[in-house]
Design a protein around this ligand. Structure first.
Ligand SMILES: [Zn+2]
Length: 297
């Protein structure tokens, strides 16, 4: 999205570097991401939203701003199809039993993309497209989407609010972009567990909120597959927001989700990268997340 932009290619290099440095890379089954089909996108996104990306690609070397934060370059359509395609392929692989779980190291992220508007660095909602694929193609009746990015996943909420098949649990710094997710008492759709937290909230508080609010809701829903919107920008080294999580907190949260998946979903988890912009902290946090997913904690 331009050299100045925090959502940059170096993010994926930082993850790769850290996975190599900590010895995890050799233990993982690495797969390339296929392209998602337009039909798969259309289970979540309107034709207009899809066309807004596909039809505005600028010439090589130029940018087309969809909004001040969200820009297209000549390769954005391909990249966005591969990001969503990774989430779909991961879903197919865990449902086929090729792996218990999968992590999709993808850009662009997805959880701010609503059914009708790409926004907030996100073009298509990778996790939502994969969840819709799991229900439509594989016939799953109950899934959960767990969003621990520091920003509220407004796009995912817009896709599934009121859909009893999908439980969405999240915490997010509030107030903060995109300034959504806080519902007046009694008015929140029943399938959402939104936990707004103030700036400077640390991991011990978040763990208690997860224990009190996420885990009972997840156990009651009995999801057949867990999707994680895995943003690591609540890390205390990440300047895009002001929360105080560290790698051990991401490992702890992941452990709780692995346990939920083992209780209800044959262990099945599909985790997709969302935010995380402090490169070293991002790499270390993903490594902590994957160590638990891989059963090496
Ligand atoms: Zn974020």
């Amino acid at each position: 999205m331009g050299d100045w932009h925090p959502e940059c290619p170096a993010r994926l290099q930082a993850i790769d570097d850290q996975l190599i440095a900590c010895g995890l890379s050799n233990l993982l089954d690495h797969r390339d991401a296929p392209l998602a089909s337009v039909d798969a996108l259309a289970r979540v996104h309107t034709g207009e939203a899809i066309a807004r990306v596909r039809d505005h690609l600028p010439p090589q070397g130029e940018y087309f701003p969809l909004d001040p934060d969200t820009l297209l370059n000549a390769y954005s359509w391909q990249a966005a199809l591969r990001a969503a395609g990774a989430a779909i392929a991961a879903t197919d692989a865990v449902i086929a039993g090729e792996a218990n779980n999968a992590f999709c190291a993808v850009r662009p992220p997805g959880h701010h993309a609503t059914p009708d508007t790409p926004m907030g660095f996100c073009l298509f909602n990778n996790v939502s497209v994969a969840a819709a694929h799991a229900m439509h193609v594989h016939g799953l009746e109950r899934v959960a989407i767990i969003d621990f990015d520091v920003h509220h996943g407004n796009g995912t909420e817009a896709a599934f609010a009121g859909d009893p098949r999908v439980l969405m649990v999240s915490f997010f710094q509030h107030p903060l972009y995109p300034y959504t997710g806080v519902h007046p008492p009694g008015s929140a759709p029943a399938n959402l567990v939104n936990i707004p937290v103030p700036a400077y909230t640390r991991g011990d508080t978040v763990r208690e909120l997860v224990r009190q609010h996420w885990l009972p809701a997840l156990d009651a829903h009995r999801p057949q597959l867990l999707f994680i919107s895995a943003g690591f920008d609540a890390h205390r080294e990440d300047d895009i927001a002001s929360m105080g999580l560290v790698e051990a907190d991401y490992a702890w949260i992941t452990r709780q989700l692995v346990d939920v998946a083992q209780r209800h979903a044959n262990g099945r988890i599909v985790s997709c990268l969302e935010g995380g912009y402090a490169l070293s902290a991002l790499g270390r946090s993903v490594a902590a997340h994957l160590k638990v997913l891989a059963g090496l904690d």
